[in-house]
Structures are given as C-alpha cells and as structure tokens.
Design a binder for this molecule. Structure first.
Ligand code: UDP
Length: 240
C-alpha cells in the first residue's frame, strides 16, 4: 500500500486528504492556530490531536441524537475518515450569549444572555474578511436554496440544544459556535453537518468563574491555550 497522501485542500487548521474511495475523504487536524484572518498565527504542539479527539467525541454524541454529519470515524491521532461533501460557503454561527464580533458590532457587553438563540450567516471569503450576510443573500446568490437554509436553521438550533446540554453537565457554558454544512457527494439532496466542532470554533466559558476555555485564550493572550483545550477534553471525559 502506498504511504503517499494526496492533499486536496490546505486549510488554516486542517487539511483534506484523498480518501480510500470516491465518497470519502480524510480530515487531518494541524497544530496551527490563526486569528484575525491569519494576521495572528502560532503553532501549539498537540492542538490538532486534542481537536481531533474533541470533535470526534462531539460528532459521535450528535450522531447518537440523530444529527447527520460527514463524520465516519477517528482513524488515528490526527485523522478522521469523513464522507465527502460539497461545502456550502457559509459560516453558520449560533449565539446564546453576547461575545466577540456581535459585542463589538453592536456595542454590547460580553456575557449578556440573549432572549433566544441567534442565528447568523457569514460568507466564507477570506479576501473580504468573511462578511456577515442575511438569509436572503444566501438564497439570492444561490449559495443554498430556501429549503436548504430552512433545514440548516433547524439543525443549528437542534445542535445548539444538544451541545448546551452536553457542556452544562460538565460545568461549561456554550456561548456561541460556528458550524458548516455540506451536501453529500453520494446524495446531494442530503444536508449534513461538516467540518469540526472544537474549542477552535466554539466559545466555552467555565460556569463558575467565566474563565475562557476556547480560542479566545489565543486571540486575546489569556494564558495557555493547550491547558484550556485539555480542560475541555478532560471535562468531557476523553482525556485523563
Ligand atoms: N468562528 C470560527 N471561525 C471564524 C469566525 C468565527 O470558528 O472564522 C467562531 C468563533 O470561535 C466563535 C463564533 O464563531 O465561537 C462567533 O465568532 P464571532 O463572530 O464572535 O467572531 P470572532 O470575534 O470570534 O472572530
């Protein structure tokens, strides 16, 4: 068997490698952390291993709740086998508590609880700094159909409910998160959760102290990123 791997796509924190057959791919988790559209970049030894573990755990948990995703299985420390899909070029953000860009944009205090979960869409285009768009933009520009967006909104809210439940049991508040969706290559009508769910893409605050256990530790120089991610893994019971 050849050990050569064909890299199909290089992302900021992951790369996509050719899979064992035409409907699968391998998702490889790197140690890179980037913020502010790559203006800030650093390597954290072992971050990829942790995010692979955490994301695999969460995708498996969501699968048990009947949330369809591209995730098949974790293959090794850094790799997952995933189902191939056509990624919808939108970052779907769900918020429970005000933080990050929404706090800045609207001049609101971080930590303010929202009256209901807030769904936002950002067009995935680094050159434009991922601009915020409306549901109408998504449909008008043909990035997804109205019925796909309806499905995605419903799935996002379901995922939010399950993740909030999972984390609060571990003393962690889910502030917000970003997810991506795709159309399965084997069945393009089927929308599945894709990419990853990890402390790189969520805001997670300790319930008692409000200590940040996510990528804001890196964005805002708040201490050891690895310690924060290890804390998340250990509370989820996937690292000893
Ligand atoms: N997020 C992400 N990738 C991005 C932008 C945001 O994973 O390119 C996540 C971020 O970690 C947070 C949520 O989406 O959990 C909302 O991010 P926000 O809009 O507040 O932007 P930020 O200020 O974090 O860039």
């Amino acid at each position: 068997m050849s050990s050569k791997k064909t890299i199909l796509y290089q992302g900021k924190a992951k790369k996509i490698i050719k899979g064992p057959d035409r409907h699968t791919l391998i998702q490889f988790f790197k140690d890179d952390a980037t913020a502010f559209n790559k203006k800030k970049h650093k390597l954290f030894k072992g971050k990829g291993v942790l995010n692979n573990l955490i994301s695999a755990f969460i995708m498996t948990y969501l699968k048990s709740k009947k949330v369809p995703s591209h995730f098949v299985k974790r293959i090794n420390d850094r790799e997952q086998l995933i189902r191939k899909c056509e990624i919808i070029p939108i970052e779907f953000v769900t918020r429970n508590v005000v933080a990050g860009s929404i706090a800045k944009k609207l001049g609101l205090k971080e930590g303010t609880k929202l009256k209901k979960p807030l769904l936002e869409y950002y067009y995935k285009e680094d050159k434009l700094d991922d601009p915020m768009i409306s549901r109408d933009h998504v449909v008008a520009f043909g990035w997804a159909t109205a019925s796909e967006i309806k499905k995605i909104d419903k799935m996002s809210l379901e995922i939010n409910r399950y993740l909030k439940m999972l984390f609060i049991k571990k003393g962690i508040v889910l502030i917000d998160f970003k997810i991506e969706f795709g159309r399965l290559a084997s069945n393009p009508k089927k929308i599945v959760l894709a990419d990853e769910i990890s402390p790189d893409s969520c805001r997670l605050w300790d319930k008692k102290s409000n200590q940040k256990l996510d990528k804001d530790v890196f964005r805002r120089n708040l201490g050891s990123l690895m310690k924060a991610y290890e804390e998340v893994a250990s509370r989820l019971g996937i690292m000893h």
